[in-house]
Design a protein. Structure first.
Length: 328
């Protein structure tokens, strides 16, 4: 793991790019936390949203992050000063890196990038945090589609170290190298990937989750499946993970990747059982905390659960390698 981390850090050394100012468009769950993280890491940040409440919530979450990480009041103050609300998007013309993290809507994103191509500095990195829309669709109407790169963070931003740097065949290699260096500069681990549904992480995660759902509907209790995964070394079991991510998001992600998802999961979504956020999914969440059913210890369950779920993940990884999503 140490060598793999060093390898990822090495990707960031591909350019001499020195980003100083980041502009984030969309201050939601992701954009807000990306902006806060960049300010924590010493960059000047402007954060834009059409919704003032989203910006206010971002500043609140950022203040908590700065306090927790920096502790000393003058450092907290300095980080807060680096994070500037920017409802009019004035930061666009000055930023070295612009990260779009608005809602997952093609037309809205295309509009933002048309504006960015016109207004941003000619050498600014123009990035999208999209999880599902292909880069070539977002950049389709631009004069220079090669300028757009994916910088795909994971939720929660402050805890997840891996960031996928997404390129399609049009993407300018210089832009990819700059984006990768930027990711290293904010102390994350960049992984270059090819633009393809699910990129690497969500692509290999999906069959693992779907297999877990199959096992669940075969009659194995959730806690037994989760334990097989945590015994293997996962931080959280797949059943609880699906509830945490949201079953609606899981279904949408599976469908966008063309992965076959169990009808029973789709039915749960239709019934409003979305997981933690709706109070019930595979488990229940009476006070926001998971309640798992008790498992009868005298009952025998199949012993191949971790094999079934982990092998799906390994198998998909091999497919990603074959398809050149990652180089090795
Ligand atoms: P969200 O719904 O929490 O936030 C979107 C924000 O964009 C909202 O505050 C909204 O007011 C703002 N917005 C919408 N149109 C805008 C415009 N034209 N100009 C300025 N602001 C605008 O969404 P979330 O979950 O943060 O997702 C954002 C992006 O990040 C999506 O592309 C999603 O695919 C991607 N993503 C989401 C992850 C997640 O776990 N939620 C993980 C990785 C990527």
């Amino acid at each position: 793991v140490f060598f793999l981390r060093e390898r990822l850090k090495g990707f960031a050394k591909g350019s001499s790019f020195v980003p100083k100012h980041v502009h984030v468009i969309g201050a939601g769950v992701m954009g807000g936390d990306i902006a806060a993280w960049c300010a924590l890491m010493g960059l000047n940040v402007t954060v834009q949203d059409q919704n003032l409440n989203a910006i206010a919530a971002t500043l609140q979450r950022a203040a908590q992050l700065f306090k927790k990480r920096l502790k000393l009041p003058f450092l907290v103050q300095a980080a807060s000063d680096r994070l500037v609300p920017d409802t009019d998007g004035l930061g666009v013309i000055k930023a070295d890196v612009i990260i779009e993290a608005i809602i997952e809507n093609v037309e809205a994103k295309q509009k933002i990038f048309a504006m960015l191509e016109e207004k941003a500095k000619p050498d600014a990195v123009l990035a999208t945090n999209t999880s599902t829309i292909p880069l070539e669709v977002i950049s389709k109407n631009l004069n220079n589609p090669g300028r757009v790169v994916g910088i795909h963070f994971f939720n929660p931003v402050a805890l997840m170290q891996l960031v996928e740097v997404v390129a399609d065949p049009h993407t300018d290699p210089k832009v990819v190298a700059q984006a990768t260096t930027f990711v290293g500069k904010i102390d994350k681990l960049p992984l270059p990937v090819k633009s393809s549904p699910g990129f690497l992480v969500n692509r290999v995660l999906m069959p693992y989750l779907l297999e877990s759902a199959e096992i669940y509907f075969e009659g194995v209790p959730g806690p037994v499946i989760d334990k097989a995964a945590t015994d293997f070394g996962m931080l959280m079991g797949p059943i609880e993970l699906m509830d945490t991510v949201g079953l609606d998001i899981c279904v949408a992600a599976a469908q966008s990747m063309g992965a076959p998802i169990s009808e029973q999961v789709v039915a749960m979504v239709h019934a409003g059982k979305l997981g933690k956020k709706s109070g019930a999914g595979f488990y229940t969440y009476p006070h926001g905390k998971v309640v798992k059913p008790k498992v009868d210890p005298s009952k025998k369950y199949p012993e191949d659960i971790s094999d079934r779920i982990i092998m799906r993940l390994v198998n998909e990884s091999a497919a990603c390698l074959r398809e050149g999503i990652v180089t090795d």
